[in-house]
Design a binder for this molecule. Structure first.
Ligand code: TRP
Length: 335
């Protein structure tokens, strides 16, 4: 990682819960390799955000390390990208407090995620849940990130981070870069295997609808065999053939062939053969992720070392911003 690089900074936080789906992999994760050459990428596993809803401590610890290993297995290269655990870098909590004093009660009450989560957990509407987006703003602003990849659900939080940054800059003078949303060049949108008009989502109740990137080959093939199709029995991309269209898209992305090449390849063949071929192609594609993950998760010493080193780098970058912020707000310096 070059300290003085002029590359734009991308920051993203990832919750240490669950795994990725084939949809995430094709749509986003598989583009990371390219992203880390073009930008200075900083990714954090946000365990501090995670405890705004009840977590089993042992599970959280395990999921945090698993998320770290999974991100490495998906192609994050630690010689280019900083990947660290949020609670290992003090700047997040420190900046969170200062920004709390610029965030407004009114704007926080308007956050739809807060409203949704407090409806879902009426027994535990804690203050952390309420100020969750302030911590998120601290994550981003502690690195003066230029760009933040955001899905629709996080747009409002990024907008809030910009507002907080702007308000702080106005009160204390120019300090923070205003982060912009980064709209990734998305790969294809992958749909559920059971309801192909809906996006493939890891929270889907039906496990047959979703391919997890760590699914074993036999599981992947079984899920593709059960994928919903239509009664035409012809492998072609066409309006109304949502199931087949989705399978053709997946096949095309993982095999590198165009959709029309794939149509030709399966001309005259039945859906059974086609589904098996898609399942095998997906399983092959995910083989290296599966193997790398298995190797990494078995090597706790290596993962711990990576976490430590990255936390040091992230701390060094964010400390410069904290120093500046502390000076600006008028904390007494004794260094
Ligand atoms: N709130 C984000 C989510 O649930 C996670 C997150 C935390 C984040 N801090 C961030 C995302 C900073 C982008 C930037 O997905």
């Amino acid at each position: 990682m070059q300290e003085n690089s002029t590359k734009k900074i991308i920051f993203s936080g990832i919750q240490p819960t669950g795994t990725f789906t084939l949809g995430n992999y094709i749509g986003a994760v598989s583009n990371w390799g390219k992203l880390q050459d073009e930008y200075r990428c900083i990714y954090s596993i946000v365990d501090m955000h995670a405890i705004t809803v009840r977590q089993e401590p042992a599970e959280l610890r395990k999921n945090t390390l698993a998320a770290y290993a999974l991100l490495l297995a998906c192609g994050i290269d630690l010689t280019k990208t900083i990947l660290f655990v949020q609670s290992h870098v003090k700047a997040h909590a420190e900046l969170n407090w200062v920004l709390n004093c610029s965030a407004q009660f009114g704007e926080l009450t308007r956050m739809t995620q807060f409203k949704e989560k407090s409806e879902k957990h009426p027994e535990d509407i804690n203050a952390g849940l309420f100020t969750y987006p302030v911590l998120q703003a601290a994550d981003i602003l502690a690195y003066n990130a230029d760009l933040v990849p955001v899905g629709a659900d996080q747009k409002q939080h990024l907008e809030l981070a910009r507002n907080i940054a702007q308000r702080f800059n106005h009160k204390y003078g120019d300090t923070f870069t205003l982060p912009e949303p980064y709209i990734p060049q998305t790969g294809a949108k992958i749909m559920s295997l059971q309801e192909p008009t809906q996006k493939m989502s890891k929270s889907d109740e039906n496990p047959n609808a979703v391919i997890s990137i760590l699914d074993e080959p036999d599981v992947i093939i079984r899920k593709f065999k059960r994928a919903v199709t239509d009664s035409e029995a012809c492998v072609r991309f066409a309006e109304g053939k949502d199931g087949i269209n989705n399978l053709l898209t997946i096949y095309s992305v993982v095999s590198g062939k165009s959709v029309s090449e794939a149509e030709k390849e399966f001309d005259g063949k039945g859906y059974g053969d086609f589904k098996l071929a898609v399942g095998e192609a997906v399983s092959d594609k995910l083989k290296s992720v599966r193997e790398d993950y298995a190797r990494l998760i078995a090597d706790k010493a290596y993962l711990t070392e990576c976490c430590k080193k990255s936390a040091l780098t992230a701390s060094a970058v964010s400390q410069r911003i904290i120093d500046k912020v502390y000076r600006k707000v008028g904390y007494l310096t004794v260094k």
